[in-house]
Design a protein around this ligand. Structure first.
Ligand code: GLN
Length: 380
């Protein structure tokens, strides 16, 4: 039988590959992004309570009403965007499903979608599996910023969507208010849908403010914002996220979501609904992770690796330019096998595998782990 792959050049995700390699070689795993500290006990008890109370069957397809309600309240308060829980929220199986369902529902064969590289690894294949054409534009070093003139130049009559991600994985860059204003201008002028991956909304540092598409009313009217409870509540394995989008977009995304996931597990949704009621449960996340970032940076002081400033997310890029000529994939593999520390090669996030001698390290870890990683990095 001759199977014609629809994604011939795609292998296993770099996160899976590096986590597996870390395990195999007994390396400290700062590759795949996930916290190594526990979920709140209260949240776990809330899930148990809901399971015991018999909330174990399908939730409504768009999400448990109580959770949609809590989300609408939080979004309205945080971004001053009045949000209708009935028609503007969908609970998804994590941010990745939210992105996939949005693209599936809205991108037709031949539609172009603008993606900024380095880009999260699911964006490009999600577009192509749906017949769309990814148009890759590189963020500009050293700050990984957008050249909006270049974006304008790449827009064609076929451009349907533009994807952004702030705070940014893998670089830790964040978009400014003026970036969002430029984006708004383009979206309105060319009638583009904006798919905005904001899963690190609460992990932002140095007094910077997260610039959500939801804060700009005209932009919000053409945007889908994607969020993740996994990132905010240290529970990446539960795979629960959500979209916030105007009714006309939400209606279409639900049509795809209902055949991809149908609905997300009920007791976890109900637990989040209650947990969100107390802002203390999420408001201090930026401070929490800033301390971790600074602790990690403190650990690598005096090493030959050069940090690229991280203003958000739980990732830190380090340049090894002065240490080795290996390419990023080779360097990541060498570090994992020989030095027992696993990072992610940033070139995995470039569709042309551009190599800048940068590695991504996840600092969502306990201090002892970061200390042990620092000791290895200082000796490189
Ligand atoms: N978002 C996580 C990261 O960037 C990984 C998620 C995954 O493994 N698919 O590391």
């Amino acid at each position: 039988m001759n199977i014609q792959s629809r994604l011939p050049e795609v292998g296993t995700s770099i996160f899976t590959v590096m986590s597996r390699m870390a395990l195999e070689y007994g390396a400290i795993n700062l590759s795949q992004g996930f916290p190594d500290f526990p979920v709140s006990q209260e949240l776990i008890e809330l899930i148990y309570k809901n399971m015991k109370a018999g909330h174990n069957q399908y939730s409504p397809m768009p999400g448990a009403p109580a959770l949609k309600q809590s989300i609408a309240e939080v979004v309205t308060k945080t971004y001053h965007r009045p949000t209708d829980p009935e028609n503007e929220v969908i609970i998804t199986a994590g941010g990745t499903e939210a992105i996939y369902s949005s693209i599936t529902a809205l991108v037709k064969a031949g539609d172009e979608v603008i993606v900024f590289d380095p880009a999260y690894d699911s964006y490009d294949p999600s577009i192509r599996l749906n017949g769309g054409i990814p148009v890759h534009i590189k963020l500009k070093l050293p700050n990984f910023s957008v050249d909006w003139q270049e974006v304008r130049d790449k827009i064609t009559p076929r451009t349907k969507m533009i994807m952004i991600n702030t705070p940014h994985n893998p670089t830790g860059s964040v978009m400014s208010e003026s970036d969002l204003k430029e984006l708004e201008k383009l979206a309105l002028e060319y009638g583009l849908i904006v798919l905005s991956d904001e899963v690190y909304e609460r992990i932002i540092f140095d007094q910077k403010e997260h610039q959500s598409v939801l804060k700009f009313p005209a932009l919000a009217s053409q945007s889908i914002a994607v969020f993740s409870f996994g990132k905010t509540f240290h529970a990446t394995g539960w795979k629960v996220g959500y979209t916030v989008a105007p009714e006309n977009l939400t209606r279409e995304i639900r049509k795809a979501h209902q055949f991809i996931t149908f609905s997300v597990n009920t007791p976890v949704q109900l637990a989040f609904a209650e947990h969100l009621a107390n802002p203390d449960n999420y408001l201090h996340l930026g401070t929490f992770y800033q301390r971790k970032r600074d602790f990690f940076l403190g650990q690598i002081k005096g090493s030959s690796l050069k940090p690229i400033p991280s203003y958000g997310s739980y990732f830190q890029l380090l340049s090894y330019e002065s240490v080795s000529d290996l390419n990023e994939f080779e360097m990541a593999e060498w570090m994992t096998k020989e030095k027992k520390l696993a990072p992610i090669p940033v070139s995995a996030f470039y569709h042309d595998r551009a190599d800048h001698k940068l590695l991504r390290f996840c600092f969502a870890k306990g201090e002892d782990t970061l200390e042990r990683a620092g000791a290895i990095l200082r000796k490189l």
